[in-house]
Design a protein. Sequence first.
Length: 122
Amino acid sequence: MVEPVGGQGTQQTGFAGVTRKVLERLSVPGDHRELVVVEVTYPPGGCAPLHRHPVGGAIYIVEGIAESAYGSDEPRQYRAGETLQDRPDIPHTLFRNCDPERPLRFLTIYVLEPGRAYTMEP
């Protein structure tokens, strides 16, 4: 489930029904990395397979209710207006849209080397 990074348009990710749209991609001054802001939409009831992130990132829930857990942590729900942090190199054991009828929409913000995937196989 490697997630492509290139391009500014909306892309289908490595699992069914999830789309991502790169809203912003900015060079970090004095660094070879870039700041990336991505809008991600999960379909009703959509759930990510086991994955990990190479760096930490901030997630802001725009619409809906997400449930997330890392490693052996207990799952926690996040609602519109709340934030959570993607944790680097710890298996992201659960991320899902809790609503069976409406999409989940959130922003993911991270700093990463250009061309490197933010979501990777465990």
